[in-house]
Design a protein around this ligand. Structure first.
Ligand SMILES: NC(=O)c1ccc[n+]([C@@H]2O[C@H](COP(=O)([O-])OP(=O)(O)OC[C@H]3O[C@@H](n4cnc5c(N)ncnc54)[C@H](OP(=O)(O)O)[C@@H]3O)[C@@H](O)[C@H]2O)c1
Length: 285
């Protein structure tokens, strides 16, 4: 089976490509140099032209704060190019896995969001990703959409790498403790996605690691893990602060924990807790 991975230089795309290659799969890895998602008019034919049996769409506009001032580009990439990818897949007759996000939710709940709970994105990024889901399913009702959250891994930029850097530079780190979600390791996300593909799943599924954390909990665990793993750490304290003390251009949901009941039924193995996976990732860095 030929598998086309878009966003192949991003944190999730890179992990996916390496995992597939390690298993001897025929992978076509593409980034913006090969197919530019800011030109959706060119994306349909380009994607169809690869003739892949499976397309995994990890390409996206992911700069959550910058999207507030680049709404046009965010929607072009996350909605229009997503639609174009789906149209390309429809033309070539393959299967599509499209990646989405917990930021489509508004955070008003206090129990995990299920796949069919009402979306209420608070940011341009969230709205553009929700539109992406909608148009993908409009073009290809049998597409598979996988929502994930708080992604980190060995490749690309992420919260873990930022905290590791800051922990080596500052004595005190201040991190918000009033946004709850679930840190999710690319290694586990890739395994779950591959299990869904193998099961020929379609429709919307959610995957994160197990557990709930605030960004403060996450940062504390990163600093503790970094110390244990022998990283240079000068940080002595991680201090919890409210979001109001660290305002950012884009609003984030205060609670974006997602239910994994549906995906558990497909996976057939226990989903690792975020703390266990973070440890694994730090040890491999
Ligand atoms: N990061 C998170 O916390 C998070 C949480 C939930 C869901 N997600 C979703 O997970 C998926 C993967 O995200 P990620 O964390 O791996 O993000 P990422 O590291 O930013 O990767 C996104 C990829 O998209 C590519 N891309 C951006 N603009 C493009 C364009 N104009 N044409 C073609 N490709 C373009 C980027 O290419 P360059 O490398 O050239 O910039 C990058 O390789 C996305 O759908 C994202 O919405 C992410």
């Amino acid at each position: 089976m030929t598998i086309l991975v878009t966003g192949a230089k991003g944190q999730l795309g890179r992990e996916m490509v390496l995992a597939l290659q390690a298993d001897g799969e025929a992978v076509i890895a593409i980034g913006r140099e090969e197919v530019d998602f800011s030109r959706p008019d060119q994306v349909v034919q380009a994607i169809a032209g690869y003739g892949a049996e499976q397309v995994i769409n990890c390409g996206a506009y992911t700069q959550v704060d910058k999207a507030e001032e680049e709404a046009g580009l965010a929607f072009t990439i996350n909605r229009d190019a997503a639609r174009a990818v789906a149209e390309g897949v429809r033309l070539s007759g393959g299967r599509l896995l499209h990646v989405s996000t917990d930021f489509i939710f508004g955070g008003e709940q206090s129990t995990p969001y299920r796949e069919d709970d009402a979306a209420n994105p608070l940011s341009v990024y969230g709205r553009s990703k929700l539109e992406g889901e909608r148009v993908v399913l409009e073009v290809l009702p049998e597409a598979l959409i996988v929502r994930t959250a708080w992604v980190y891994g060995a490749h690309g930029h992420n919260f873990v790498k930022t905290i590791l850097r800051l922990a080596g530079e500052r004595r005190e780190l201040k991190v918000v403790d009033d946004q709850l979600g679930t840190p999710s390791w690319t290694g586990d996300i890739v395994s779950a996605m591959r299990a869904l593909i193998k099961a020929d799943a379609s429709g919307v599924y959610q995957f994160t690691n197990e557990g709930v954390a605030s960004w403060y909990d996450f940062a504390e665990e990163i600093v503790a893990g970094a110390r244990q793993a022998g990283f240079p750490v000068v940080a002595e304290t991680v201090r919890p602060i409210p979001t109001t003390e660290f305002p950012l251009p884009a609003m984030r949901p205060a609670y974006s924990v997602m239910s994994k009941v549906k995906i558990r039924g497909v996976l057939g193995y226990p989903i690792p807790h975020w703390r266990a996976s973070l440890k694994k990732m730090l040890n491999t860095l």
